[in-house]
Write a protein that binds this ligand. Structure first.
Ligand SMILES: Cc1cc2nc3c(=O)[nH]c(=O)nc-3n(C[C@H](O)[C@H](O)[C@H](O)COP(=O)(O)OP(=O)(O)OC[C@H]3O[C@@H](n4cnc5c(N)ncnc54)[C@H](O)[C@@H]3O)c2cc1C
Length: 228
């Protein structure tokens, strides 16, 4: 069995099959910052001052390095920055099935403390407006998710963490636990393949790829090798 869940759910579902030490390791697993996400319907594309941003699929709004660092630092301390780092995606620029002709869609998020229920819509829209004056006038409608709502949408987003747990030196290679193979659990035949395994969320499917490789090597130790 291969579980595409984080340690929290794995413990709930299969904890009774695991060794005490493995259960202890999973229980100590750390989750990271959450996100507050907004989906917008727009009357026109985002009126960025920068022509480059007008043509980009993804735009990271942070102004200076110092401003981004300060914003992320505050969140790590459990606070909500007034000028949050914002990640935006403008798919309708390149995919005309996303919106009616002439109209556009946009989604974006900012980080927030894990489990935060604060509405960040105003701070996020102010940040966009700084670099795209008139943005607010283009908004036809919006839908927002705080961290509780995003976890309800996908139970793997614990406390709004879309990366399946903190990715730092202590949890990069050893997620979800320090073991010979992070994809094997302490119970033979039970594996974990989610973004709570290396290399973590944000790397487009590599956790599942490595887990599949592990499972096949366990099943066919002599013959199996994976070639991309
Ligand atoms: C707005 C946003 C932007 C992102 N941008 C990127 C990006 O640019 N690049 C990138 O690589 N990643 C990105 N990610 C992160 C990426 O989507 C996640 O890291 C990835 O989807 C998580 O993969 P996963 O295998 O852990 O779980 P998922 O692919 O989320 O699958 C887990 C599944 O298990 C189900 N599940 C969970 N618990 C249970 C349970 N107890 N019982 C039954 N079913 C359960 C869930 O409902 C879900 O269907 C983004 C995520 C979001 C929300």
């Amino acid at each position: 069995m291969i579980f595409d869940v984080t340690p929290k759910q794995l413990l709930e579902i299969a904890g009774h099959k695991f060794s005490s030490i493995y259960k202890w390791q999973l229980a100590r697993y750390r989750y990271g910052m959450g996100v507050f996400k907004v989906d917008w319907a727009l009357s026109e594309q985002v009126p960025f001052k920068s022509d480059v941003c007008k043509q980009a699929g993804t735009v990271h709004i942070g102004n200076t390095f110092e401003e981004i660092a300060q914003s992320e630092y505050l969140i790590s301390k459990g606070q909500h920055p007034e000028k949050p780092f914002v990640l935006l995606a403008q798919q309708s620029l390149f995919d005309n099935t996303r919106a009616p002709k002439g109209k556009h869609t946009l989604w974006g998020y900012s980080h927030v403390p894990n489990g935060s229920t604060k509405d960040m819509t105003d701070s996020i829209e102010k940040q966009i407006e700084r670099f795209a004056p008139g943005f607010r006038d283009t908004i036809i409608g919006r839908h927002t998710y705080n961290t509780n709502q995003i976890e309800a949408y996908n139970p793997n987003y614990i406390g709004g963490d879309i990366n399946g747990g903190v990715i730092d030196i202590g949890q990069l290679f050893t997620r979800p636990a320090l073991r010979g193979s992070p994809f094997r659990t302490s119970s033979k035949g039970i594996y974990i393949c989610s973004s709570s395994t290396p290399p973590g969320g944000g790397v487009h499917g590599m956790c599942g790829y490595h887990t599949a490789e592990r499972v096949l090597k366990d099943l066919f130790p002599i013959h199996y090798s994976v070639k991309i």
